[in-house]
Design a protein around this ligand. Structure first.
Ligand code: GRF
Length: 198
């Protein structure tokens, strides 16, 4: 039985390299990036979407956000550098259907205030030997939802910019894999833990 193709919404606030990775690998998904939504009109990710004929929206109001997702029959929301907190009502409505990518090994260096370069600055400052990236389902507590995938790397660099570049490569890889698994209905959450089916 062929699986119904999933409608994907990608939410961004910035450059959109994670969005680009999804666009570049969309052919491997049992799904389609139907819309890209940004809370900032100057997000370069909107340009990436427009270049690939994906409908884009700049939305700041959470009611409008929910309405737009519903009108587009969205099955999966991907937060790819989206810096706004989603309302609890939306998170409940899309339980285990919102995937976030975070540039550290959760539960380290996550939660409020830990985003973008701040994460890598904290990693360098702390002197941890490993960092990496995490994909997880979004729940009502920032960066604490069920973990889908993680990949680690050695913190060789002394500067955060170099570390960010290396972590970003991991982000692209595990985000694409996580979305593919979701579209193939291979992600099940059991007792708050994600099981990846074969
Ligand atoms: C990434 O580091 C992601 O982990 C974080 O925000 C950044 C977004 O980068 N949430 P991009 O806009 O996808 O290039």
């Amino acid at each position: 039985m062929s699986l119904q193709s999933k409608n994907i919404a990608v939410l961004i606030s910035g450059g959109g390299t994670n969005l680009q990775a999804l666009i570049d690998n969309e052919k491997d998904f049992n799904g389609k990036i139907k819309i890209v939504i940004s809370n900032r009109k100057d997000a370069y990710g909107l340009v990436r979407a427009e270049k690939n004929n994906i409908d884009t929206f700049v939305i700041k109001d959470n009611e409008v956000l929910l309405k737009t997702l519903k009108e587009n029959n969205i099955d999966l929301i991907v937060l790819a550098g989206y810096l706004k907190i989603l309302p609890k009502s939306l998170i409940r409505e899309y339980e285990n259907k919102i995937i976030n990518i975070h540039p550290s090994l959760i539960p380290a260096f996550c939660g409020s205030g830990f985003y973008g370069m701040r994460v890598h600055d904290a990693v360098i400052k702390k002197g941890v030997k490993y960092s990496g990236a995490t994909t997880h389902f979004v729940n009502e507590f920032a960066d604490e939802g069920p973990i889908i995938m993680q990949e680690a790397l050695l913190v060789l660099d002394s500067d955060a910019e170099e570390l960010q570049k290396r972590v970003l490569e991991i982000e692209h890889k595990i985000l694409v894999k996580s979305v593919k698994y979701f579209c193939d209905d291979k992600l099940k959450v059991v007792n708050g833990k994600v099981m990846i089916g074969e």
